[in-house]
Design a binder for this molecule. Structure first.
Ligand SMILES: [Zn+2]
Length: 274
């Protein structure tokens, strides 16, 4: 049976796993994201120690170059994370472990996991959105992960912003009040002075539900069959049902929106990368 390795490369930690699928994880580890050389060294050491593996899937923070025809395929490119811009990551793993490597964004890896094992099983067109420190998204069209000029940047879509009702300028360094600028965890903390996990006032969550719904309506306008969303730290808040209600309300005049249970992501990019 083929044994795969999976790497979820995040800005603060890397999750590595070995197995044949999410129900057969034979070894896992969590590594802090330090310098590129040190983090990649520790990752390679894990696979050498716990392997061998036949192939590796990587879901990484970006921006990155996932174009197989590009001379910089496998690179993390223009990230503002100190020390990580133009890091040769995918090729380095491939060189040192000498196995085939698939390299994509963490959110596309998660979208693939939802397609294979989760909320989007049986569907060939779907989107995956994650709301955490930032807002990101990936997806599949016709059974293939979304790729184009770049990878999808759902978090930087513009959404309606009533500055009279909400004068907060947003936190995106590029656009100010894009979706991520208004509704990410970073935006919540800047607007209300405390992190989302500690926030309990109805006004804050009502505004958050409104902004998330406005963004989700933009995502579903191109008509994916399903949208899966993930915001694990916020699942205990009343926001999930509020977002669903508002999304259906916004979309119903034009789109045949069907209100089902909120599609909640179940698979981390690390296991999805397998
Ligand atoms: Zn932006």
């Amino acid at each position: 049976m083929t044994v795969y390795g999976g790497i979820e490369a995040g800005g603060s930690k890397w999750e590595c796993a070995i197995g044949t699928g999410p129900d057969d994880l034979r070894a896992t580890t969590t590594l802090p994201t330090t310098t590129p050389a040190e983090t990649i060294d520790r990752t390679v050491a894990f696979f050498e120690r716990e392997g061998p593996v036949d192939a590796i899937g990587i879901g990484s923070f970006g921006p990155l170059d996932g174009n197989l025809a590009s001379p910089t395929w496998g690179y993390i490119t223009t990230t503002p994370k100190p020390g990580w811009a133009q890091t040769d990551f995918g090729r380095e793993i491939k060189r040192r472990l000498d196995v085939p490597v698939a390299f994509d964004t963490d959110v596309n890896a998660a979208a693939l996991g939802e397609h294979r094992w989760g909320a989007a099983r049986g569907l060939d067109t779907s989107c995956y959105i994650t709301v955490g420190t930032g807002i990101g998204g990936g997806g599949m069209v016709g059974g293939k992960l979304m790729h184009g000029l770049l990878h999808p940047e759902f978090g930087h879509m513009r959404i309606p912003h009533d500055r009279d009702a909400d004068p907060f300028p947003g936190v995106c360094p590029y656009h100010g009040d894009c979706w991520e600028g208004l509704a990410s965890g970073r935006a919540i903390e800047a607007r209300w002075g405390k992190p989302a996990a500690e926030l309990s006032n109805d006004e804050a969550w009502d505004l958050e539900a409104r902004y998330l719904a406005l963004g989700i309506v933009c995502v579903i306008c191109p008509s994916p069959v399903a949208s899966a969303s993930s915001s694990s730290r916020w699942r205990s808040t009343p926001t999930s049902s509020a977002i669903l209600a508002r999304t259906c309300g916004c979309a119903a005049r034009r789109l045949p929106a069907r209100a089902g249970p909120p599609a909640t992501a179940s698979y981390s990019p690390a296991s999805a990368a397998l």
